[in-house]
Design a protein around this ligand. Structure first.
Ligand code: C2O
Length: 536
């Protein structure tokens, strides 16, 4: 194993998209940011230097961070922000993981432009469990706003209403030509007939699940969230913010230019958004003025296509990569995830109220001291350990909402004993509207053992749980008006954030944290913080 050192200089950079320019926050002046390469078992040191007028923190999304929660990154959860002019070295070892993940800013809405890929190669000499591709390409999907994204969210918070949707989606930073800016180019992927390519797809968008398609080419899915899956073929990939998907593409056409499309998915769209980002697959030897073979992206509400994709995912579960699904459960938890409305006297546009979001009716209030710091140094008064394991009142979650839509504010965590096993059902509610919620758990992978529409039935639904080869991941889409069930083992002491990866829902409070106690054995406790740890 090796030590990989990176320096991330966070700087402003004037950037032009959609035929207009604005200064954006970037790492090393790049958008998307630099790819971080490592091998399984390597130690990674990333020195993040803050040269901008925002407080900062960076999260290594999906990295397990075994006993090193200090390097996880969510602001006010595991650290206080790196202030202007300051730096912090994120120091972590990659244990038992290989594949594609992403890094992104984890404060305010800065991740709209501060994000990039993490590529973890298998240990030297260990092959992929599928035929070796001839080449590998990182493909980062994102969103672009013409306005400053901090202005977008601040305006929404002032009004109490939902923020504007983005002005475009992007593929490796580029929307491709669109009607009000036809001259702008898109990302081009050069390919050679007969070769196979592995695309490392990442959804770094703030607020949109995305479909991904390539005209005239089938995709073979081999990995999601840095875990291998049983390979399957599809023409459309569904990928939620925070998720990653590796696909193999055979360049089996003779020549030509083929459209690559990334378009939004929402079960029950509130705001219509049909913006498709395009890129091209360009066969070598094909003249640039050759016409592009087009593909039609699925409609925004193509739920059957989404379900079909999600239902095809299975852990590889081979001898070498077994699916270690907990077969017994110590904590049987049920969390509702959804929206709500709280009073806001200053919210004029919202008529004195504002949209909020909650889990088990708790709207998470960000502390001013990081939870992990408070936990490790025994600072009292920062959080309480009374996060409810079940909804405070039972109602028809996917039917008529309860009469009061008001949520409770609190900085509450759920405490787990070291190595205990957790089954968690996440139930979407139809309060205000049914919505998709890509829920991300920090510090763990979990197994997605069940999924359904309507209200979860604790008597009958567990009979259909897959405890053999469920897909293992770190971010899962809770379907609109439905539920998912996950299981994980609490084998990582520390404080671990769990939240909706639609940034607007996180902002509105759809977040909580698990506090995992130290174990009694050797190597079962949280390590002490590094000396440059940004305290509050
Ligand atoms: Cu990718 Cu808490 O985030």
């Amino acid at each position: 194993s090796a030590v990989r050192q990176y320096t991330f200089d966070v700087v402003m950079k004037n950037t032009t998209r959609l035929c207009s320019s604005k200064p954006i926050v970037t790492v090393n002046g790049q958008f998307p940011g630099p790819t971080l390469y490592a091998r399984e078992d390597d130690t990674v040191l990333v020195k993040v230097v803050n040269h901008v007028n925002y407080n900062l923190s960076i999260h290594w999304h999906g990295i397990r961070q075994l006993r090193t929660g200090w390097a996880d990154g969510p602001a006010y959860i595991t650290q206080c922000p790196i202030q202007t002019g300051q730096s912090y070295v994120y120091n972590f070892t990659i244990t038992g993981q290989r594949g594609t993940l992403l890094w992104h800013a984890h404060i305010l809405w800065l991740r709209s432009t501060v994000h990039g890929a993490i590529v973890i190669l298998p240990k030297r000499g260990v092959p992929y469990p599928f035929p070796k591709p001839d080449d590998e390409v990182v493909v980062v999907l994102g969103e672009w706003w013409k306005s400053d994204t901090e202005d977008v969210i601040n305006e929404a918070l002032k009004s109490g209403l939902a923020p504007n949707v983005s002005d475009a989606h992007t593929i490796n930073g580029h929307p491709g030509p669109i009607s009000n800016c036809p001259s702008q180019g898109g990302f081009t992927l050069p390919v050679e007939n007969g070769k196979t390519y592995m695309l490392r797809l990442i959804n770094a968008a703030l607020n949109e699940e995305l479909f991904f398609k390539i005209a005239g080419h089938e995709l073979t899915v081999v990995e999601v969230d840095a875990t291998y899956v049983k390979p399957f073929k599809t023409d459309t990939v569904l990928i939620a913010p925070g998720q990653t998907t590796n696909v193999l593409v055979s360049a089996d056409q003779k020549s030509g230019i083929y459209m690559v499309a990334a378009s939004p998915f929402m079960d029950s769209p509130i705001a219509v958004d049909n913006l498709t980002a395009t890129a091209t697959l360009h066969y070598s030897g094909t003249l640039a003025n050759t016409g592009t073979t087009l593909t039609t992206p699925p409609p925004q509400n193509a739920t059957p296509i989404a379900n079909n994709f999600v239902n095809s995912l299975r852990s590889l579960n081979s001898k070498k990569y077994p699916a270690l699904v907990p077969q017994t459960i110590d904590h049987n938890l049920f969390f509702t995830v959804g929206l709500g409305i709280n009073p806001c006297p200053t919210c004029k546009a919202g008529n004195g109220s504002r949209a909020v979001a909650a889990m088990n009716n708790v709207t998470f209030v960000m502390p001013t001291t990081a939870l992990l710091q408070a936990h490790f140094f025994n600072i009292s008064g920062v959080f309480t350990t009374d996060f409810p394991g079940n909804p405070p009142h039972v109602f028809n979650y996917t039917g008529t909402p309860p009469s009061s839509l008001q949520t409770t504010n609190g900085t509450k965590v759920f405490r787990l004993a070291y190595n205990s096993t957790v089954q968690l059902v996440l139930q979407d509610t139809s309060i205000l509207a049914p919505e998709n919620h890509p829920i991300h758990l920090h510090g763990f992978n979990f197994f997605a053992i069940g999924r359904g529409l309507g209200n979860y039935n604790p008597k009958t639904d567990p009979r259909n749980f897959n405890l053999v080869d469920p897909v293992e991941r770190n971010t899962i889409g809770v379907p609109a008006g439905g539920w998912v069930a996950i299981r994980f083992r609490a084998d990582n002491p520390g404080v671990w954030f769990m939240h909706c990866h639609l940034e607007i829902h996180t902002t509105w409070g759809l977040k909580m944290a698990f506090l995992v106690d130290n174990g009694k054995g050797p190597n079962q406790s949280l390590l002490p913080p590094p000396s440059d740890y940004p305290k509050c």
